[in-house]
Design a protein around this ligand. Structure first.
Ligand SMILES: NC(=[NH2+])NCCC[C@H](N)C(=O)O
Ligand SMILES: [Mn+2]
Ligand SMILES: [Mn+2]
Length: 299
Protein backbone atom coordinates (compact mmCIF):
# COMPACT_ATOMS: atom_id res chain seq x y z
CA UNK A 1 0.00 0.00 0.00
CA UNK A 2 1.44 3.35 -0.98
CA UNK A 3 1.80 6.27 1.37
CA UNK A 4 -0.60 9.19 0.96
CA UNK A 5 0.49 12.51 -0.50
CA UNK A 6 1.54 15.25 1.89
CA UNK A 7 0.53 18.73 0.74
CA UNK A 8 2.80 21.30 2.33
CA UNK A 9 1.14 24.70 2.60
CA UNK A 10 3.60 27.49 3.43
CA UNK A 11 2.10 30.37 5.37
CA UNK A 12 4.78 33.07 5.71
CA UNK A 13 2.73 35.25 8.03
CA UNK A 14 3.75 36.67 11.41
CA UNK A 15 1.41 39.59 12.18
CA UNK A 16 -0.49 37.50 14.72
CA UNK A 17 2.57 37.45 16.99
CA UNK A 18 3.88 40.28 19.13
CA UNK A 19 7.29 40.30 17.44
CA UNK A 20 8.32 39.76 13.83
CA UNK A 21 10.22 36.81 12.40
CA UNK A 22 7.86 33.83 12.33
CA UNK A 23 6.95 34.76 8.73
CA UNK A 24 10.41 33.35 7.88
CA UNK A 25 9.47 29.98 9.39
CA UNK A 26 8.24 28.12 6.30
CA UNK A 27 11.25 28.93 4.12
CA UNK A 28 13.63 28.03 6.89
CA UNK A 29 11.93 24.71 7.63
CA UNK A 30 11.98 23.88 3.92
CA UNK A 31 15.62 24.95 3.63
CA UNK A 32 16.61 22.43 6.28
CA UNK A 33 15.38 19.49 4.27
CA UNK A 34 11.75 18.82 5.11
CA UNK A 35 10.74 17.69 1.62
CA UNK A 36 13.67 15.31 1.27
CA UNK A 37 12.99 13.84 4.70
CA UNK A 38 9.33 13.16 3.88
CA UNK A 39 10.20 11.72 0.47
CA UNK A 40 12.70 9.36 2.09
CA UNK A 41 9.84 8.14 4.26
CA UNK A 42 8.02 7.16 1.08
CA UNK A 43 5.55 10.01 0.68
CA UNK A 44 4.70 11.94 -2.43
CA UNK A 45 5.20 15.55 -1.44
CA UNK A 46 3.49 18.53 -3.00
CA UNK A 47 5.36 21.54 -1.62
CA UNK A 48 4.10 24.14 -4.07
CA UNK A 49 1.30 25.75 -2.13
CA UNK A 50 2.06 29.14 -0.58
CA UNK A 51 -0.31 31.65 1.01
CA UNK A 52 0.51 35.32 0.49
CA UNK A 53 -1.00 38.33 2.16
CA UNK A 54 -3.22 40.02 -0.46
CA UNK A 55 -2.65 43.69 -1.23
CA UNK A 56 -6.26 44.73 -0.77
CA UNK A 57 -7.93 43.74 2.47
CA UNK A 58 -11.54 43.66 3.58
CA UNK A 59 -11.74 45.69 6.78
CA UNK A 60 -13.16 43.75 9.71
CA UNK A 61 -14.81 45.39 12.71
CA UNK A 62 -12.00 46.83 14.77
CA UNK A 63 -11.40 45.38 18.20
CA UNK A 64 -8.49 45.70 20.59
CA UNK A 65 -6.90 42.87 18.66
CA UNK A 66 -4.00 43.70 16.35
CA UNK A 67 -3.92 43.04 12.58
CA UNK A 68 -7.32 41.33 12.44
CA UNK A 69 -7.80 42.14 8.73
CA UNK A 70 -4.46 40.61 7.80
CA UNK A 71 -5.10 37.49 9.88
CA UNK A 72 -8.55 37.03 8.35
CA UNK A 73 -7.27 37.48 4.79
CA UNK A 74 -4.49 34.94 5.23
CA UNK A 75 -6.71 32.49 7.09
CA UNK A 76 -9.40 32.65 4.40
CA UNK A 77 -6.93 31.74 1.70
CA UNK A 78 -5.32 29.07 3.84
CA UNK A 79 -8.72 27.58 4.65
CA UNK A 80 -9.45 27.14 0.95
CA UNK A 81 -6.09 25.49 0.31
CA UNK A 82 -6.38 23.19 3.32
CA UNK A 83 -9.91 22.17 2.36
CA UNK A 84 -8.89 21.46 -1.22
CA UNK A 85 -5.84 19.42 -0.16
CA UNK A 86 -7.92 17.38 2.31
CA UNK A 87 -10.67 16.68 -0.20
CA UNK A 88 -8.05 15.58 -2.73
CA UNK A 89 -7.15 12.88 -0.21
CA UNK A 90 -3.78 14.22 0.88
CA UNK A 91 -2.48 15.17 4.31
CA UNK A 92 -2.30 18.96 4.64
CA UNK A 93 0.85 20.12 6.46
CA UNK A 94 0.73 23.83 7.28
CA UNK A 95 4.06 25.57 7.95
CA UNK A 96 3.68 28.81 9.89
CA UNK A 97 3.89 31.49 10.56
CA UNK A 98 2.49 32.37 13.91
CA UNK A 99 -0.26 30.33 15.55
CA UNK A 100 -3.11 32.60 14.34
CA UNK A 101 -2.92 30.68 11.05
CA UNK A 102 -4.42 27.65 12.80
CA UNK A 103 -7.80 29.38 12.46
CA UNK A 104 -7.38 29.05 8.70
CA UNK A 105 -6.30 25.42 8.96
CA UNK A 106 -9.21 24.51 11.21
CA UNK A 107 -11.79 26.44 9.18
CA UNK A 108 -10.73 24.62 6.02
CA UNK A 109 -10.23 21.17 7.51
CA UNK A 110 -13.51 21.26 9.42
CA UNK A 111 -15.41 21.48 6.17
CA UNK A 112 -13.93 18.14 5.17
CA UNK A 113 -13.91 16.66 8.70
CA UNK A 114 -16.97 18.17 10.41
CA UNK A 115 -16.40 16.14 13.58
CA UNK A 116 -12.67 16.67 13.86
CA UNK A 117 -10.45 16.08 16.90
CA UNK A 118 -7.51 18.35 17.68
CA UNK A 119 -4.35 17.81 19.71
CA UNK A 120 -2.90 21.23 20.57
CA UNK A 121 0.75 20.91 21.61
CA UNK A 122 1.76 24.26 23.09
CA UNK A 123 3.23 26.05 26.11
CA UNK A 124 0.05 28.15 25.94
CA UNK A 125 -3.58 27.27 25.47
CA UNK A 126 -4.37 30.02 22.92
CA UNK A 127 -7.81 30.29 24.51
CA UNK A 128 -8.06 34.04 24.89
CA UNK A 129 -10.90 36.02 23.36
CA UNK A 130 -11.07 39.59 22.06
CA UNK A 131 -12.21 40.50 25.56
CA UNK A 132 -9.71 38.56 27.67
CA UNK A 133 -6.53 38.84 25.57
CA UNK A 134 -3.88 40.58 27.66
CA UNK A 135 -1.70 41.33 24.62
CA UNK A 136 -4.06 41.90 21.69
CA UNK A 137 -1.98 39.39 19.74
CA UNK A 138 -4.07 37.19 17.46
CA UNK A 139 -1.89 34.12 18.02
CA UNK A 140 -3.33 33.99 21.55
CA UNK A 141 -6.91 33.25 20.41
CA UNK A 142 -7.03 30.53 17.70
CA UNK A 143 -8.21 27.64 19.87
CA UNK A 144 -10.93 29.78 21.43
CA UNK A 145 -12.00 30.86 17.94
CA UNK A 146 -12.15 27.25 16.72
CA UNK A 147 -14.39 26.41 19.68
CA UNK A 148 -16.74 29.26 18.84
CA UNK A 149 -15.84 31.29 21.93
CA UNK A 150 -14.66 34.48 20.18
CA UNK A 151 -16.61 37.14 18.31
CA UNK A 152 -14.68 36.10 15.23
CA UNK A 153 -16.19 32.87 13.87
CA UNK A 154 -14.65 30.19 11.67
CA UNK A 155 -17.53 30.66 9.23
CA UNK A 156 -16.30 34.23 8.60
CA UNK A 157 -13.04 32.67 7.47
CA UNK A 158 -14.69 30.01 5.32
CA UNK A 159 -18.42 29.49 4.77
CA UNK A 160 -19.35 25.97 5.78
CA UNK A 161 -16.64 25.72 8.45
CA UNK A 162 -17.66 23.80 11.56
CA UNK A 163 -16.54 24.69 15.06
CA UNK A 164 -14.71 22.20 17.27
CA UNK A 165 -16.36 20.44 20.17
CA UNK A 166 -14.52 20.94 23.46
CA UNK A 167 -14.67 17.21 24.22
CA UNK A 168 -12.71 16.49 21.01
CA UNK A 169 -9.91 18.82 21.90
CA UNK A 170 -6.80 18.14 24.02
CA UNK A 171 -3.98 20.49 25.00
CA UNK A 172 -0.52 19.07 25.77
CA UNK A 173 2.46 20.92 27.27
CA UNK A 174 0.77 23.98 28.76
CA UNK A 175 2.70 25.97 31.36
CA UNK A 176 1.75 29.60 30.75
CA UNK A 177 -1.99 30.15 31.02
CA UNK A 178 -3.78 33.46 31.51
CA UNK A 179 -6.40 33.63 34.24
CA UNK A 180 -9.42 33.61 31.95
CA UNK A 181 -7.95 30.74 29.94
CA UNK A 182 -7.79 28.64 33.10
CA UNK A 183 -11.43 29.43 33.80
CA UNK A 184 -12.42 28.43 30.26
CA UNK A 185 -10.52 25.15 30.37
CA UNK A 186 -12.42 24.19 33.52
CA UNK A 187 -15.85 25.49 32.54
CA UNK A 188 -15.82 24.00 29.02
CA UNK A 189 -14.31 20.69 30.07
CA UNK A 190 -11.34 20.91 27.72
CA UNK A 191 -8.72 18.26 28.50
CA UNK A 192 -5.45 19.99 29.29
CA UNK A 193 -2.34 17.98 30.11
CA UNK A 194 -0.07 20.64 31.55
CA UNK A 195 3.62 20.05 32.23
CA UNK A 196 2.55 19.00 35.73
CA UNK A 197 0.61 16.01 34.34
CA UNK A 198 3.45 15.23 31.93
CA UNK A 199 5.91 15.19 34.86
CA UNK A 200 3.65 13.00 36.95
CA UNK A 201 2.16 10.61 34.38
CA UNK A 202 4.85 10.61 31.72
CA UNK A 203 4.53 11.75 28.13
CA UNK A 204 3.60 8.29 26.83
CA UNK A 205 0.51 8.03 29.04
CA UNK A 206 -0.48 11.61 28.26
CA UNK A 207 -0.22 11.18 24.49
CA UNK A 208 -2.09 7.85 24.52
CA UNK A 209 -4.88 9.52 26.51
CA UNK A 210 -4.91 12.46 24.12
CA UNK A 211 -5.19 10.11 21.14
CA UNK A 212 -8.03 8.25 22.81
CA UNK A 213 -9.95 11.42 23.71
CA UNK A 214 -9.45 13.34 20.45
CA UNK A 215 -9.34 10.28 18.22
CA UNK A 216 -12.43 8.40 19.37
CA UNK A 217 -15.69 9.18 17.62
CA UNK A 218 -14.06 11.82 15.44
CA UNK A 219 -13.68 11.77 11.67
CA UNK A 220 -10.21 13.34 11.44
CA UNK A 221 -7.42 14.23 13.84
CA UNK A 222 -5.45 17.44 13.50
CA UNK A 223 -2.17 18.12 15.35
CA UNK A 224 -1.45 21.80 15.91
CA UNK A 225 2.17 21.87 17.06
CA UNK A 226 3.48 25.14 18.47
CA UNK A 227 7.27 24.77 18.67
CA UNK A 228 7.24 26.73 21.95
CA UNK A 229 5.86 23.55 23.56
CA UNK A 230 9.45 22.32 23.48
CA UNK A 231 11.79 23.66 26.14
CA UNK A 232 13.61 26.85 25.01
CA UNK A 233 16.90 25.04 25.62
CA UNK A 234 16.08 22.94 22.54
CA UNK A 235 13.87 25.44 20.71
CA UNK A 236 15.15 28.98 21.34
CA UNK A 237 13.89 30.33 18.01
CA UNK A 238 10.35 31.25 18.96
CA UNK A 239 8.61 34.47 19.98
CA UNK A 240 7.07 33.51 23.31
CA UNK A 241 9.47 31.02 24.94
CA UNK A 242 8.57 29.59 28.36
CA UNK A 243 10.91 27.57 30.56
CA UNK A 244 10.01 24.08 31.74
CA UNK A 245 8.88 22.62 28.43
CA UNK A 246 9.02 19.27 26.68
CA UNK A 247 12.45 17.72 26.53
CA UNK A 248 13.93 16.74 23.19
CA UNK A 249 12.95 13.11 23.67
CA UNK A 250 9.50 13.88 25.08
CA UNK A 251 8.75 15.90 21.96
CA UNK A 252 9.99 13.15 19.68
CA UNK A 253 8.17 10.41 21.58
CA UNK A 254 4.93 12.40 21.38
CA UNK A 255 5.37 12.55 17.60
CA UNK A 256 6.31 8.86 17.34
CA UNK A 257 3.23 7.81 19.30
CA UNK A 258 0.93 10.01 17.25
CA UNK A 259 2.49 8.56 14.12
CA UNK A 260 1.99 4.97 15.30
CA UNK A 261 -1.68 5.66 15.99
CA UNK A 262 -2.27 6.09 12.27
CA UNK A 263 -4.98 8.62 13.14
CA UNK A 264 -3.38 11.92 12.13
CA UNK A 265 -5.02 13.54 9.10
CA UNK A 266 -3.45 17.03 9.15
CA UNK A 267 -0.74 19.04 10.91
CA UNK A 268 0.30 22.62 11.71
CA UNK A 269 3.93 23.38 12.61
CA UNK A 270 3.98 26.97 13.87
CA UNK A 271 5.90 29.69 15.74
CA UNK A 272 9.37 28.84 14.42
CA UNK A 273 11.09 32.24 14.38
CA UNK A 274 14.44 32.05 12.54
CA UNK A 275 15.40 35.60 13.51
CA UNK A 276 15.46 34.57 17.19
CA UNK A 277 17.12 31.20 16.60
CA UNK A 278 20.56 29.92 17.56
CA UNK A 279 22.39 28.20 14.67
CA UNK A 280 19.04 27.28 13.07
CA UNK A 281 18.56 24.77 15.87
CA UNK A 282 14.80 25.36 16.04
CA UNK A 283 14.16 25.03 12.30
CA UNK A 284 16.18 21.81 12.27
CA UNK A 285 14.23 20.51 15.24
CA UNK A 286 10.94 21.25 13.47
CA UNK A 287 12.11 19.18 10.49
CA UNK A 288 13.16 16.30 12.74
CA UNK A 289 9.93 16.33 14.71
CA UNK A 290 7.87 16.30 11.53
CA UNK A 291 9.98 13.34 10.44
CA UNK A 292 8.99 11.47 13.59
CA UNK A 293 5.35 12.42 13.15
CA UNK A 294 5.40 10.99 9.63
CA UNK A 295 7.08 7.72 10.49
CA UNK A 296 10.83 8.21 10.97
CA UNK A 297 12.15 5.76 13.58
CA UNK A 298 15.44 5.33 15.42
CA UNK A 299 15.80 1.68 14.39
N1 LIG B 1 0.75 30.96 19.91
C1 LIG B 1 1.38 31.56 20.89
N2 LIG B 1 2.68 31.52 21.00
N3 LIG B 1 0.60 32.22 21.75
C2 LIG B 1 1.11 32.97 22.88
C3 LIG B 1 -0.02 33.61 23.63
C4 LIG B 1 0.46 34.38 24.82
C5 LIG B 1 -0.65 35.02 25.67
N4 LIG B 1 -1.47 34.03 26.29
C6 LIG B 1 -1.50 35.96 24.81
O1 LIG B 1 -2.65 35.69 24.58
O2 LIG B 1 -1.02 36.96 24.34
MN1 LIG C 1 0.28 28.62 20.26
MN1 LIG D 1 2.70 28.91 22.35
Amino acid sequence: MGQPTISIISVPFGYGAGRPGSEQGPDSILKFGLVKKLEQLGYDVDAGRRIQLPTSLTPYPTTRMKHVDQVMAVCSQLAREAASAASAGSIPLMLGGDHSIAMGSLAGLSRHYPNMGVIWVDAHSDLNTEITSPSGNMHGIPLAAALGLTQLKLTQILPGAVQLKPENCVIIGARDLDRDEKTLIRSRGITCFTMYEIDRLGIEHVVQEALRIAGTGTDGLHVSFDIDSVDPFEAPGTGTPVRGGLSYREAHLAMELMSESGLITSVDMVEVNPSLDRNNQTSKLAVELLGSLFGSRIL
